[in-house]
Design a protein around this ligand. Sequence first.
Ligand SMILES: CC(=O)SCCNC(=O)CCNC(=O)[C@H](O)C(C)(C)COP(=O)(O)OP(=O)(O)OC[C@H]1O[C@@H](n2cnc3c(N)ncnc32)[C@H](O)[C@@H]1OP(=O)(O)O
Ligand SMILES: O=CC(=O)O
Ligand SMILES: [Mg+2]
Length: 715
Amino acid sequence: MTERHDKSGLQVASELAAFIDERALPGTGVETEAFWTGLSKIIHELGPENRELLDRRQRLQEQIDAWHIERRGQPHDHNAYKAFLTDIGYLAPEGPDFEIATSNVDPEIALIPGPQLVVPITNARYALNAANARWGSLYDALYGTDALGSAPPAGGYDKGRGARVVAWARVFLDDAFPVAGLSHADARRYHVRDGALLVDDLPLMQPEKFVGYRGHPKAPDAVLLVNHGLHVELVFDRTHPIGSRDQAGLADIRLESAVSAIMDCEDSVACVDAEDKVLAYANWLGLMRGDLTAEVSKGGDRFTRALSPDLTYAAPDGSPSSVKGRALMLVRNVGHLMTNPAILDRDGEEVFEGLMDAMITTLIAIHDLQRDGGNSVEGSVYVVKPKMHGPEEVAFAVRTFDMVEDALGLPRNTVKIGIMDEERRTSVNLKECIRAAKHRVAFINTGFLDRTGDEIHTSMEAGPFSRKDFIKRKAWIGAYENLNVDIGLECGLMRKAQIGKGMWAMPDMMAAMLDQKIEHPRAGASCAWVPSPTAATLHALHYHKVDVFKVQEKLKAGGRRAHVDGILDIPLATFRRWTSEQIIREVENNAQGILGYVVRWIDQGVGCSKVPDVNDVGLMEDRATCRISAQHIANWLHHGVVSQDQVMVALRKMAEIVDAQNADDPHYRPMAPGFDGIAFQAACDLVFKGRVQPSGYTEPILHQRRLELKRKSLG
Ligand SMILES: CC(=O)SCCNC(=O)CCNC(=O)[C@H](O)C(C)(C)COP(=O)(O)OP(=O)(O)OC[C@H]1O[C@@H](n2cnc3c(N)ncnc32)[C@H](O)[C@@H]1OP(=O)(O)O
Ligand SMILES: O=CC(=O)O
Ligand SMILES: [Mg+2]
């Protein structure tokens, strides 16, 4: 039984109440009474509206289901479908042109295209690493991954591999910072004379790209360069193992990498109650106060990880200068769907978690607003709001933050919103969604993973979908990605807000990422998601190659390339000439991803995992990828592509494989041979009850099953 305190009519779990009263509020200038009264007002005034929005989602889904059921067996009539979606209000009329009016936006959001790292906020060690991933070693990223074609060797330093890394990095320098008549590969000396960088004795072709140095101008310890807004630090040290072998003494090339980082309270975490929410909020507090630390033991060493300081330099003229040492941090709140038992309302009902997140994460960010040299130099708070369906839900988020600002005494529009374009009703009404947040919007982003899950769920009754990999190759996704950029540009996001693209979900496949993710900046994205600091460093190279603002200018001049009609093209399996092996392999692949993810979520509270697929490629799995896999099996089950028995056989077979994959984890509880644990049951629920989950989300089942496990372990 949770111990609770009455706070202005709210029944608040005591650990959350203590956290707010004793840790979050002090130092913000917000009175305890004002906070709880404000939260109570928000919960009681906005709660019913929140519920109504969810009911509307449900009603629309039922209408869409019925439309497809009535027409089963008939050819799809696109025009009739579109007219129907307009009639029921799923497709809203598009209003006149406008430009966003977001103010006080930090340069990392408005002016510096670059990687955006996402990290589960409940893991302090990773969260600190993410904040510090503003800077990363190019040499390490190339040496320590498969980026140059082969996996890193075990054992000591491989000189041949090191030489290849150095040569590759010199080509990067030649591309980004050319010197007329000299390759960086042949350079022997970097020095500063009369405010200019000389490589040997030659200037850069674009001398303005030299922006600072550390140490003596004649033999600097570091040189700072900038290209397309991203900094590059050349580190010189002739005593360093690498620098000592380098003719110019170049020991490393450090790249400005994760320009921004999303501290995630949503799909990469497992927060089901007050205990979990306090962990998430406490880490956010540490980041906003700047005093978060984590004890790390690694490779036999133990050390304390803290936030990196800014980097200080002399500008070319010798005056002191600095560059940010940490990524600009955004916080992802949960969406409008879930409730959480951490707080009960005056009727004893769980409150909407999104309202709680809005108030508490903003309160915590006041610690940053009140200090210099912290996160936002512009005095803004950046909240990423996921899984919103259409303009009315965006408007609701805006009103929520209006009330939060009033309660916390913050100037209007202090809170900026990142709109995840990851539900179909948002994609098809994107312009109106942006309009609804025109004073707050700091980014739009194509969260294609959730978006794929919603694609399947929305049209569940339309027929069987293509195999997962083929869904990605159909017309809808190109239209969705293009229209997101086109509308973002049309609404004036260029140089005011980010236009972002989605996650690279294969964390170990860095060669493939280097090859493919350049398409994101080429498509006009000013940021795109990466799963790790190393991926951020490698993805940064793409923004050195592509001048995103030039691309955006060209795209803007060209107008819209895609239309809602393209987005509405449902990626059903048209020919269905699958062999039974292909069908089983598809189901097993999905089952493996679900089980590998769910077993750690339920049993260990880990919200994001790397899970091998059937080809043994480690995939980043979070709630959104789980949503896709579960919805996919649910869709094939519903249309008789596979039977319930076949799915159960696949789940059991893959559970054994997942058990074997986790054999080295001392905390792991195998699912086989009993298949009667809560985690296995949760995976079965996700699949067999997937069709009736709200929008196909996995949260309700995951939360319920994890709470069940927590209750059980407490006896
Ligand atoms: C659809 C969506 O919503 S996508 C958004 C949600 N997804 C995410 O947030 C992905 C975040 N990424 C992760 O959680 C992890 O990278 C995983 C689970 C994919 C892989 O984790 P692991 O197997 O532990 O990674 P791996 O062993 O390769 O690397 C661990 C090291 O990388 C660091 N690391 C890995 N991911 C991150 C990250 N996202 N941020 C910061 N550091 C990270 C760790 O701190 C650790 O370094 P350390 O020992 O110095 O602390
Ligand atoms: O949140 C991101 C997604 O792809 O979903
Ligand atoms: Mg998502």
